[in-house]
Design a binder for this molecule. Structure first.
Ligand SMILES: [Zn+2]
Ligand SMILES: [Zn+2]
Length: 323
């Protein structure tokens, strides 16, 4: 019976993630794997099996790859560097566009994402970190934590700055709306192309499966690797209070987020590759956006942090720190 009421509440919250019925049981006081919360992720992965039915075309594969890159940028540059860390400024209209793009990734709403991530920086690799491989192992830090009912509500107290915008709160509450519309749009475009450009060899179901399911699943795991692997694999330049690492392969698949030890040392910066040889594609694109006036006040890395990196390289003692 408890499972049934939990399942009904979960389905209701797919439409309004802030909905809590009167008399609802309190959230569990510890993290637990919750099957009804796993269903959206099972749905995403199972959808990839439809490849067997829809087949492939160069066009559909290219669309899936392009949507991976564009939406990874939406997550790293906007959900992470903008909404979580305020590493640059922009207009209210652009801010809403950033939230829409990030929301197509099925990584919940911008305010939930930012609040959860701010909590990670405050408690990184400590007992209360929601996704620490040091505390809870790889599987929990990668995907298990997402299923825990305790981690479901948005802690609006941690994102008061952006919760002041009703349009962002709306997207955050109805975080399933944008992904559904995105999927419908892909199907419609595929169906139109089957009629108007049959030489592309695609159709509605095929473009939907590649652009929505395949692209979104790969994007999800690419992002989640920063919670799991970026605290396990790679080198530590800075003696931060957590176990964050710098990793070129992770930086390449996440457009720059793999310089995670840099990021935990100085999270306010819009660049995470602190040197020219640390490839950070999100930073390059943000510089371009700033050059054409779409965003401004990009925050950089202060000289004191570079001096600290130099001192550590020379083996001089530096107190552990994270910002
Ligand atoms: Zn981290
Ligand atoms: Zn961060």
């Amino acid at each position: 019976m408890k499972f049934l009421s939990n399942a009904v509440l979960t389905v209701r919250q797919w439409w309004d993630s802030d909905y809590v019925p009167p008399g609802a049981p309190p959230l569990p006081d510890e993290d637990r794997f919750d099957f009804p919360r796993l269903v959206p992720y099972l749905f995403l992965h199972a959808g990839c099996l439809l490849l067997l039915w829809v087949g492939w075309s160069w066009f559909a594969v290219a669309v899936a790859a392009a949507l991976y890159v564009v939406r990874m940028f939406g997550i790293t540059a906007f959900y992470h560097r903008y909404f979580s860390h305020r590493a640059f400024r922009t207009s209210r209209f652009m801010q809403f566009c950033f939230a829409l793009l990030g929301n197509t990734s099925m990584q919940r709403g911008p305010l939930w994402w930012a609040a959860t991530h701010r909590h990670h920086h405050a408690h990184s690799d400590e007992e209360h970190d929601k996704h620490s491989p040091v505390q809870s192992g790889f599987v929990w830090s990668h995907i298990g934590w997402l299923t825990s009912r305790r981690n479901f509500p948005t802690d609006y107290g941690k994102v008061k700055d952006f919760a002041a915008y009703p349009e962002l709160v709306f997207l955050n509450r109805h975080d399933f709306l944008v992904p559904v519309l995105f999927g419908v749009l892909l199907w419609a475009i595929g169906a139109a192309l089957a009629t108007w450009a049959p030489e592309l060899g695609t159709n509605g179901p095929q473009l939907f499966v590649w652009g929505f399911f395949v692209s979104t699943v790969v994007l999800l795991h690419g992002t989640l690797f920063i919670n799991s692997l970026a605290h396990m694999l790679g080198r530590r330049r800075f003696q931060t209070t957590d176990d964050s690492r710098n990793s070129l392969p992770l930086a390449l698949i996440t457009l720059g987020e793999g310089w995670h030890n840099n990021h935990h040392r100085y999270a306010h910066s819009a660049r995470q590759g602190f040197y020219w040889w640390e490839i950070d594609i999100s930073w390059y694109v943000l510089r371009l956006m700033a050059a054409v006036g779409l965003i401004w006040d990009l925050k950089g890395v202060p000289p004191s942090v570079y001096r600290e990196a130099e001192a550590l390289k020379q083996g001089k003692p530096v107190a552990a720190s994270a910002e």
